[in-house]
Design a protein around this ligand. Sequence first.
Ligand code: ATP
Ligand code: MG
Length: 743
Amino acid sequence: MRIEELSIPESVKEVVIKSGITELYPPQEEAIRAGALEGKNLVLASPTASGKTLIAELCALKHILERDGKVLYLTPLRALASEKYDEFRKYTAIRKDSGRRVRTGISTGDYDSSDPWLEKFDIIVTTNEKADSLLRHRSRWVNEISLVVADEVHLLNDTERGPTLEVVLARLIQVNPDAQLLVLSATIKNAEEAAEWLKAISITTEWRPVTLREGVLLHNEGHFKDGGALKIEKTTKDPAMNLALHMVKSGGQTLIFAGTRRNSVSLAKKAAANLKTLVSKPMKRSLTRISEQILSTGERTRISELLADLVSHGTAFHHAGLGGSHRRIIEEAFRGGKIKILTATPTLAFGVNLPARMVIIHEYRRYEPGYGYYPITVLEYKQMAGRAGRPKYDKVGEALLIARTEDERDYLMENYILSKPERIWSKLAVERILRSHVLATIAADFAHTERGIHDFFGKTFYAYQFDPRAIKGVITKILKFLYKEEMIEVSGENVDATRFGRRVSELYIDPVSAVMIRDALLSRAPKLTDISFLHMVARTPDMFPKLRPYSREIDNLALFVDEHQKEFMFDVPDEWMDRIAFEEFLGEAKLAWVLNAWIEETTEDEAIEKFRVQPGDLYRLIATSKWLLYASRELASLFGHKDLLKRVSELMERTEKGVKAELLPLVKLERVGRVRARILYNSGLKTITDLKRARVETLTSLPLIGAKLAKRIKEQVGGFVKAEEWERLKKGETADQRAITEY
Ligand SMILES: Nc1ncnc2c1ncn2[C@@H]1O[C@H](COP(=O)(O)OP(=O)(O)OP(=O)(O)O)[C@@H](O)[C@H]1O
Ligand SMILES: [Mg+2]
């Protein structure tokens, strides 16, 4: 079926054809024939790279241009949300009948907001969690949604994030029963069942546009499912590395999935050592530029230095310990063909389009703290393998698992390559996860009687898959808890949220966190310090993942706890009576310690050295703490603790920026972060008034402040720079000052 023939507006056809797509792929054709463009609910389960997004795009534009509709696009990951956002931006060229252009918006942050500004967008891309929070705020525009696209729906199976997606879908169906549902999934065994739950038509295909040759590598010999074999040169001791180098020599790029961060780093180091002779001179120059960009983005740490060095050789690692901006640079360099061998943890396994002609799955076992090693699922394997051979980039892709023995080779062939992905199971009925959804159901007016609540949860995938009675018991228990903690009140048949309950639901925190914070603010620590509040938020169940102290730091942590004994809002568990609780407490104390060091201006590199906390983890810790401190301030205000408001607000700002209180006015300026603010402050420019009075030359004489930034600072504080002065300044600045940094 040709794009030309579709019943979609001509302007949409033009954009699609211009992007290089003229003919539909068979699974796309099947979706169209099943009524995708006529508003039918569909569950489309098809292999990786089979073009599921295009169906969503066509449906979306149909809704917007022909029905004045609005589209919500749900994704499980922020990175994926931004890829989809970029994809949809090509349609801004199109105008609606009203003359206004098609608008795409993205919203993934700040959970305590109804984001009224999203109202003006036709397509809104969000994460599942953000959509959940928007539904809790009952944003008005949610009622206008006429098409819901849910991407990567096999994530319903995920213990942590699956339940949110499930509840979001159930709520959207309740709010907009007439909206069209387009559900995209990897191939799973029970797509049919998911479709029945959603009252949708199920389409399952095995078709992939680019052949993906799956196989196993054993001792430098590849064996493919299609019967093919491959013998590679033994350049190094590691067959996986030899395979990747073989691909580089034939002009392709390789993505290696490692089981741990540490392994991803050591594989990239091995790759660097062997790539030296394989990278051309001009390529080397452009790699050097990317290296420089890495070093000048964010703070310099041993990790960014290592990454920059590896990149200069044409390789890199990609894992959650890297900050977002470094990850984006690496992704872009891989997309641009500059990085030849990229090693990654499964952070890159879902939905992204990358030019990997080959994927190597280095470890099919994953280490889970507390559980030990376990083999990954077939579904996960298929997702990783599916990053190879994407239509935009390659004509064929190869994906290989690594075996050490013949037995293992047969095992991998049988249990991964020849196996079908598993069924997915709802993970909703877990008390810890369900309690916030139960509260939200009442607080955001989705139900007002016990029956109504059971009815709502009776419509979830869980209830569809299992006996609805199984979830009833958990819900009843949660209702009792919410009642006891005064988040809900009951009168006759009616169940309503109290002010406390409503606020907790909006703040998007676990009701147990709210109770902890409420009680801590009331009882207070004998000696209130920053550590008191930082530990308080670190202790809540919303602080996730929890840090486990390394055994070699236990003594130090115990000492820290002892020194700050009077500052904690909670009793320190007895080391001898309850060892587990004591070690948990040490873990929380460690988070408080790291955060406290951060707001005392410890550098990121020192955090790696002293606490073994990598930048990516640090940023996540900061973001979560900021959100929980915000929630604490809101609860302090609700419960009338006027004396704490300023204190907690200031702590929240300091946590966000990583500065002592004296720098707060300076970091409010655009492009001035903790490092530059400290430089300004130490040079005597301590306040906005100081900056207003200062000469531009004074600013540009400081490290890391170039002419452009000096001008920007002056403009922000209400001064201006004369034209001839500006010319003179630009000539005089050093390369160091010109560097683009994020501070
Ligand atoms: N009909 C088509 N003709 C040519 N290219 C297409 C067509 N449809 C989609 N593509 C391209 O195929 C690539 C893969 O599409 P997409 O990302 O939608 O795959 P997917 O099915 O969502 O895979 P995954 O399960 O990995 O997320 C994209 O680069 C897209 O532009
Ligand atoms: Mg996809």
